[in-house]
Design a binder for this molecule. Sequence first.
Ligand SMILES: Cc1cc2nc3c(=O)[nH]c(=O)nc-3n(C[C@H](O)[C@H](O)[C@H](O)COP(=O)(O)OP(=O)(O)OC[C@H]3O[C@@H](n4cnc5c(N)ncnc54)[C@H](O)[C@@H]3O)c2cc1C
Ligand code: FES
Ligand code: FES
Length: 437
Amino acid sequence: MGTKIGCREGDCGACTVLVGEILAGKLIYHSVTSCLMPLGNAAGKHIVTIEGINGTNLTPVQQAFANEGATQCGFCTPGFIVSLTGLCVSENEPSYDAAINAMNGNICRCTGYKSIERAAKTVANNLQQRKQPALEYAISQNMVPEYFSEIPARLKQLDGITRSKNAEAKKMGGGTDLYVQQHEQLHHEELNFLLQDDELKRINYLNDECYIGAGVTVSQLAGSAVLKNAFPGWDHYIKLVSSTQIRNMATLAGNFINASPIGDFTIFFLALNAQIKFNNGEKNRILPLQELYAGYKKIKKEPEEIITEIIFKLPGQNDLFNFEKVSKRTNLDIASVNSAMHIKMKDGKIIYAALSAGGVGPVPAYLAKSSAYLQDREGSVETLHELLKMVQQEISPISDARGKADYKRLLLAQLIKAHFIKFFPGLPIDKILALSA
Ligand SMILES: Cc1cc2nc3c(=O)[nH]c(=O)nc-3n(C[C@H](O)[C@H](O)[C@H](O)COP(=O)(O)OP(=O)(O)OC[C@H]3O[C@@H](n4cnc5c(N)ncnc54)[C@H](O)[C@@H]3O)c2cc1C
Ligand code: FES
Ligand code: FES
C-alpha cells in the first residue's frame, strides 16, 4: 500500500520498488519504477516494496529522513526511501554523489531537496564505514530485514518466464516506452518478455567488436569497463539519459525500435555505424542501423522479427567520438536536439567521419552528405563553417513542443560546434562561436 502511483509515466519515482535477481551467480538489487513494469518482467525475481524493508524500528534511511524533516505530505517518501535503500544493498561506491544519483528519478513536490540531500549525506557516511559485502552490512545495520539473507535460496526455487512462441506477441523489453504509450491496451495483449531471456542478456567483445544482447539494460552497459575505456565521456553520456530507475529497465533495442527522432542511444549508435541482428524465428539478418528508418515511426522490420543483438566496432586509438544533448532540464528529460560525431584522424586529416542528429527531422538522422564532406579535410574553423552550412541543408526540423524549427536549427549548429571544440581544442573558440550556418 505504501507504493504510490503519481505520474504512471516513469517520471516521478513515487512507485519505485527494488528488484532482486541472481546475475552471474550473485544476488543483485536495482531500483525500477513499478508503474512501467509488466508482471512478466518480475517473474522469478525478488520484488521489494517499501513494506518489504520494514522491521520493528525505522531503518537508518527512514530515520535519516525523519531526523532531517525530509518528508511533509509523505507521498514521494516511500519512493525516495526505496531508491536510497537500493544503494545500501548495492556494491557501488557509496559516495554522497552515488546517494544523490540513486534518487535521481525521484521527485518531491513539497519538502525542498536540501533536507533530502542532508539525509542522503548521513546514509552515505554510514555506508562508507562498511568493511563487508553490501548486503551483509545492510542487514547488520537494519537497513533491510534479516530475511534478505534467505533470498538467494528462495530465488532458486522460483521459475522465470520463457519467451513466447507466438510470433505475433508484442515484443517487450524494459517497457519504458511501451507502458507510457499503451498502458491500458497492454493489459489485454499477449507479450513476449525478451528481458528475461538469458541468451539476450550478454555483452561480448571480440577484438575491437562489441556484441550487445537485446536484453541488456542501459545500467548494465553503464557498468561496462570496456565501454568506459572506449568512450572517455561514457559516465557523463549515461547521466544525460533518463534516470537510474529507467536505465535499470531500458534496453538499446527498445530505443531503436521505438524510432523516436530524439532517441539518445539511437543517435549515439547511428554515428558508430552499428549493425542490428534480427531473428524471425528461423533465420538471422543483419541491417545497418542507418538503414532502419523509413519515415516517422516507420521501420524496416517484419512484425515477427526481434532484435537479438547490436554489433559495433569500438573506437580505436586514432578515433574521436562525442555525444551532445540539449534538453529543457539537465536530468530526466528527453532531448530537444541531440547529436553524435565519430571521426578518425591520420596525419592531421579527417579520414572518416560519421555525424548523426536527433530532433531535426521525422527520423533519427544519419547525416550522410555532411559526413562525406569531412573526408580528407583538416579539423579547422573553415571546415566547420562549410560543415555547418551543409548540415542545414540536410535537416528538416518542424516546430513543436520542444521548440521552433529555427531554434532547433540553431541548437544543432551549436552542438556541432561543441563536437569540434572537443575534438580540436587548439582551434580559436571565439571564431568558432562567431560562425553562423
Ligand atoms: C521517465 C522516462 C525518461 C526517459 N528518458 C529518456 C532519455 O533521456 N533518452 C531516451 O532516448 N529515451 C528516454 N526514455 C525512453 C525509453 O526509456 C528508451 O527509449 C528505452 O531505451 C526503451 O527501451 P525499453 O527496453 O524500455 O523498450 P520497450 O518499451 O520495451 O519497447 C519499445 C519498443 O521496442 C520494441 N522492442 C523492444 N525490444 C525489442 C527487441 N529485442 N526486438 C524487437 N522489438 C523490440 C517494443 O515492441 C516496442 O515497440 C525515457 C522513458 C521514460 C519513461
Ligand atoms: S508513478 Fe511516477 S514513476 Fe511511476
Ligand atoms: S513530501 Fe510531499 S511530495 Fe515529497
